[in-house]
Design a protein. Structure first.
Lengths: 218, 218
């Protein structure tokens, strides 16, 4: 039976540290599920690791303590339990703010019932910048759904939406000018409702099925 | 002269892959600054790496291509350039939404002038849950400032705020019941203004210095 663990190592800022840490984990056939390198301007960097192992944690902690460059190692609570699933909203500030308002209110209601849903936003302008941000969103950890909030989006942004949808990300678009609404999973006119529906679509405690809503417009 | 690069590897889901990747990077004295493991329910996982090297990128890409378990490797644009600095807002849904509204509008104005500021939120209730989330926030990448938005916060949350401030994170608190306002860098009554000030405090394009505002209340 494999079990999940999280470790936080305080390390010196030099090449090869992550290699040293992952060598210990590989030796114990640990399956690493999450890594974060946390640089600090005024003190040693930290490396946070989540992984699953079949055996005991103790020998791993003991061996990591002796890896070159590791100053300190501690067992910590898992990250994904604290922050949970993420929704990302991007586009123009006015609309992103309204979608966020709906999403945050709805996430609050589900989080009270035991979910952990975060609502992240990036106010951003320009076809190139938005297309890059859409493509990069699938590389962000724990993101389940993207809301595009603006007044006109198309061209390269629509191609980026196509790509990320093929990779399994759900995309909700506000009703707007341009071709993005045509390529999204769902189109919503009211930004607050778009935010609420986005959270309902990822919440286990809601009965909203975005697959059944495919290509609908509200 | 060392230069920054980003790579995205498509890998099989088995122990030891990250060890294989980091071995190649350690061999080339690459300083890894960012790692993300992106699991996918229906296809191969991806590992995203950012690092700085003195020499050429080509030999590294070539060697990673031959690491066991690596199906595909591509050079991609850097993540931190796309998403930039982050502000995190946590607390009760009603207040978090209003702070987000102010922060998103203000981030929009700075992002138009070339900044990249993201506004992330987690609506969350309960002393224990909030204290854990506050402590974990310093392990999130690219986070510069935390806003605590609620009606009453104290006890363990205040101790957590003390800890993260000692580690260099700025904390803005809404004016509220409990001891959190006493331990924050800055206290603001209007949630929209709190969001705007939070963004101004981290923006290079703003003249707001949170160090000069220490312990003020608005």
């Amino acid at each position: 039976m494999s079990s999940a663990h999280a470790l936080l190592a305080t390390v010196s800022n030099q090449p090869g540290i992550l290699f040293g840490l992952t060598r210990v984990l590989a030796d114990h056939a640990a399956n690493i599920t999450y890594v974060d390198i946390i640089p600090h301007p005024d003190r040693d960097a930290e490396i946070y690791l989540e992984f699953a192992i079949d055996g005991d944690l103790e020998p791993i902690v003991e061996q990591i303590r002796h890896v070159t460059g590791v100053a300190r190692i501690e067992v910590t609570p898992s990250f994904s339990k604290i922050y949970g699933k993420r929704i990302v909203i991007m586009g123009g500030g006015a609309q992103v703010g309204q979608v966020a308002l709906g999403a945050i209110s709805e996430a609050d209601r589900h989080n009270i019932r035991g979910e952990r849903i975060s609502v992240d936003t990036i106010p951003l302008v320009g076809e190139e910048a938005l297309a890059s941000a859409v493509r990069a969103v699938i590389r962000l950890p724990r993101v389940r759904l993207l809301v595009l909030a603006g007044s006109i989006m198309g061209g390269e942004i629509s191609r980026a939406v196509d790509e990320v949808r093929q990779k399994g990300l759900y995309v909700i678009s506000l009703n707007m000018a341009g071709s993005v609404p045509d390529v999204a999973d769902l189109v919503v006119s009211d930004p607050v409702q778009a935010g609420v529906m986005a959270v309902m679509a990822v919440a286990e405690t809601a009965k909203f099925d975005i697959v059944r809503q495919q290509k609908r417009r509200y």
